[in-house]
Design a protein around this ligand. Structure first.
Ligand SMILES: [Zn+2]
Length: 295
């Protein structure tokens, strides 16, 4: 009697363990390129059609960080977030706006038309494969104008999917005190270098961070609100803004975690969002015959 109770308890425990933690080989990777074709179908279903497109760049990052810094950092936070709230993550993508660094070694700057066409065909292909909700996770400040324009231009012609853009969300209240001036801590400076110390510490050459100046040269004297493309070169021609030398793992851990939390929140919000696609479809339908739109 006692033995059979024990036995059935064992069976019960085994089935509970089985249902809570499937064997390692059946765990679905979040990496698009690591899935088999059959597993990809399961992954899209598990992700509820939600996919991430982490967007980096190849450009100089001061004297001390790798050319692929933005790609490496954005993939680190996006992959970590997708493991917490399941989403399928598209492979390495770094075909963004970076004309302002063409004078520096190692920059890869595709033409304006190709950037938009490649991004459109990439999201079209993602959607054709079931990614009906695509979150572009931006990791590069030079894309800050490109990506909202791309998302907005999805209204030009009907699409059966929604593009969302998530900006860089690293800093938050309660973070460790900065040692450098936050106003010019932008590119390869204290914050960004700190995140790199978490994502890829092996590629950070902190001892070289003072070999160039990250000071703001402020060479343009234009009123606020008046924009011109050479603004970045006018201020930071070395592609260095701030002081990377004062970076710390403490600050990096905080900012990386803040960024990861922001992505997790975005994935959950996008999974729950049923309105964007419905409204897009209503809009596309009305835009075919605007004179019928109620006035
Ligand atoms: Zn960067």
């Amino acid at each position: 009697m006692r033995k059979s109770v024990l036995l059935s308890l064992n069976v019960l425990c085994a089935s509970v363990v089985w249902s809570q933690s499937p064997p390692a080989q059946s765990k679905l990777s979040v990496h698009w390129e690591e899935l088999t074709a059959a597993d990809f179908k399961d992954a899209i279903a598990r992700a509820q059609g939600t996919c991430l497109l982490p967007f980096g760049i190849m450009e100089k990052h001061g004297p001390h960080l790798p050319l692929g810094n933005d790609l490496l950092n954005v993939r680190y936070v996006a992959l970590t977030a997708a493991q917490q709230e399941y989403a399928v993550v598209f492979p390495e993508y770094y075909f963004g706006q970076i004309f302002e660094a063409k004078h520096e070694p190692g920059t890869v700057a595709y033409s304006r038309g190709l950037q938009l066409q490649l991004l459109q065909e990439t999201t079209d292909e993602m959607a054709r494969n079931g990614c009906k909700k695509i979150i572009i996770v931006n990791g590069h400040g030079g894309n800050n104008s490109l990506l909202p324009f791309f998302a907005q231009s999805q209204l030009e012609t009907p699409h059966d999917y929604v593009v969302y853009v998530l900006g860089i969300t690293r800093s938050a209240a309660g973070e460790p005190k900065h040692k450098s001036n936050p106003a010019t801590d932008m590119h390869a400076g204290e914050s960004e270098t700190s995140v790199s110390l978490i994502a890829r510490p092996d590629l950070v050459h902190l001892d070289r961070a003072t070999q160039e100046s990250g000071a703001d040269l402020a060479r343009l004297k234009l009123p606020e609100g008046l924009y011109t493309g050479i603004w970045w070169y006018a201020r930071f021609p070395n592609h260095y803004a701030g002081e990377g030398a004062v970076a710390s793992r403490d600050l990096g851990a905080f900012e990386a975690q803040t960024w990861i939390n922001g992505i997790v929140q975005a994935i959950r919000a996008v999974k729950a969002d049923q309105e964007s696609l419905r409204l897009q479809n209503e809009f596309y339908e009305r835009s075919r015959h605007p004179l019928d739109t109620p006035q």
